[in-house]
Design a protein. Structure first.
Length: 358
C-alpha cells in the first residue's frame, strides 16, 4: 500500500489536474480523434514497437469498438482493407505458425509468428466482423501445443524465446477463440502446476514461480482459468486462495490501482486489477468514484487519450488509452459498450467469436 491516504493522494492529483486544466468529464470526442490518428499514421514514438504494430492496431480498433464508433468510422472498403492486412501477416509454414506483428522482419531469420501477435490478430479480426475462415486453425493450434514447456508455461516464439504468464494467457485465449479446448492442445496438468507455483504468499500471482506478485500476471492467470472454465473447480486455486487473491487485489487501490506494492497508481491497472476483481465477482468491493476520478484526471486535455499518470506535462499513449477506456467500460461509463473482462475485448466481439463454427 502507498504511504499516503486515499483522500490525500486524490487531493494531490486534483491539484495537478487543476494546474493543467484537466476536466473531470469523459472527453469522448477527443479520444476518438486520438484513436483515429493512430489508425491513420504509425506515430514516430512507437518506432521501436514496429514488430508489435499488430497489437497497437488492436488497441486502437478495440477502443473505438468500446466507444461504439466503428460503424461510423469504417467504410466497408476500409474495414476489408484492415482484414486483408491482418491476414497478410499470417505465417502458415515453418516451426512457429500464426501471425507476426508487422512486415518489418519479412524474409529474415526473425520473420516468425508469436503467440501475442496471434492473439492480437484474432481479436482484431473478430472486432472487424471477420468469420476467421482464412485462419489456418490447424497450424496455429499445433504451434500452441508445441509451445508448451515442460514446466507448463509457453514459449512466445519457439524454443528459447520469452516465456512467462503473458503467454499462458495468449495460449489459452487462442484456444478459446479457435475452439480448440476439446482437442487436448494444452496440457492442463503441467499448466496447473505452473500456476500453483506462481501463486505467492501475499495472495497475488507472479510472471513465473518465484517472481513478485504483479497486477498484469495475476490477470493473465485468473483470466486463463476463467476462459478454460477452471477458475471455480479448485483444481488450481482453492476458495481460500481466491479470498487471499481478492484481498491482495483490493489492496492495490489507493485512488486508481497500482500493479505492485509500493508503486504509484497507473491508469492501465484500472483494467488489469479491475478485470481480475470482476472475474472473481468482487468488483463491488472497490471504490468506484475514486477510480473514475483518477481516470478522468489521467486524460490528456489537448490531444485526447490517457496518460500513465495524472502528471502535468505528461503525454497520452495508445496502451494506457485502451486500457483506461476498457476500465471505464468495467465501471459502466454510459458512453461505452460493455467489455468482456476475461477475453479483453468488447462483449459484442466476444459474442461474435462464440457464434463462429469451425
Amino acid at each position: 500500500m502507498c504511504d499516503v491516504s486515499t483522500e490525500e493522494q486524490l487531493l494531490e492529483y486534483a491539484k495537478k489536474a487543476a494546474e493543467t486544466g484537466v476536466p473531470l468529464k469523459f472527453e469522448y470526442k477527443k479520444h476518438i480523434g486520438f484513436l483515429i490518428r493512430h489508425l491513420n499514421v504509425f506515430p514516430e514514438p512507437y518506432n521501436t514497437l514496429e514488430t508489435s504494430r499488430n497489437t497497437i492496431f488492436l488497441f486502437a480498433i478495440s477502443a473505438l469498438d468500446l466507444l461504439g464508433e466503428l460503424d461510423n468510422l469504417l467504410t466497408p472498403e476500409r474495414r476489408q482493407g484492415y482484414i486483408d492486412w491482418i491476414y497478410d501477416l499470417q505465417l502458415t509454414n515453418g516451426n512457429v505458425c500464426g501471425f507476426r506483428g508487422s512486415h518489418s522482419c519479412e524474409g529474415s531469420e526473425y520473420d516468425e509468428a508469436n503467440l501475442a501477435q496471434t492473439y492480437s490478430a484474432l481479436l482484431s479480426l473478430a472486432i472487424l466482423g471477420d468469420d476467421l475462415k482464412r485462419v489456418d486453425r490447424k497450424a496455429i493450434l499445433k504451434t500452441v501445443k508445441e509451445s508448451q514447456r515442460d514446466n507448463g508455461c509457453f514459449w512466445s516464439q519457439g524454443v528459447g524465446s520469452e516465456s512467462d504468464m503473458r503467454f499462458v494467457f495468449c495460449a489459452v485465449a487462442i484456444c478459446k477463440i479457435l475452439d480448440g479446448e476439446k482437442e487436448d492442445i494444452i496440457d492442463w496438468e503441467r499448466l496447473s502446476l505452473f500456476l500453483k507455483k506462481s501463486l505467492n504468499i501475499d495472495g497475488g500471482i507472479g510472471q513465473a514461480p518465484g517472481d513478485e506478485s504483479h497486477g498484469g500476471s495475476t490477470f493473465c492467470a485468473v483470466a486463463s482459468l476463467a476462459l478454460a472454465n477452471r477458475l471455480w473447480t479448485e483444481e488450481v486455486l482453492s476458495r481460500r486462495d481466491i479470498d487471499r487473491l481478492i484481498r491482495w487485489a483490493i489492496q492495490k487501490q489507493n485512488v486508481g490501482f497500482h500493479g505492485r506494492a509500493h508503486k504509484p497508481d497507473d491508469s492501465c491497472y484500472a483494467f488489469w486489477i479491475g478485470a481480475t476483481l470482476k472475474i472473481l465477482n468482487a468488483y463491488h468491493l472497490i471504490s468506484k468514484p475514486h477510480l473514475r476520478e483518477f481516470l478522468m484526471i489521467s486524460q490528456h486535455m489537448h490531444i485526447g487519450g490517457f496518460c500513465k499518470y495524472p502528471e502535468p506535462g505528461g503525454y497520452s499513449d495508445i496502451l494506457h488509452t485502451y486500457f483506461s477506456i476498457a476500465a471505464l467500460s468495467l465501471l459502466g461509463e454510459p458512453a461505452l459498450n460493455p467489455v468482456h473482462p476475461s477475453l479483453n475485448v468488447s462483449m459484442r466481439a466476444a459474442d461474435h467469436i462464440a457464434r463462429i463454427r469451425f
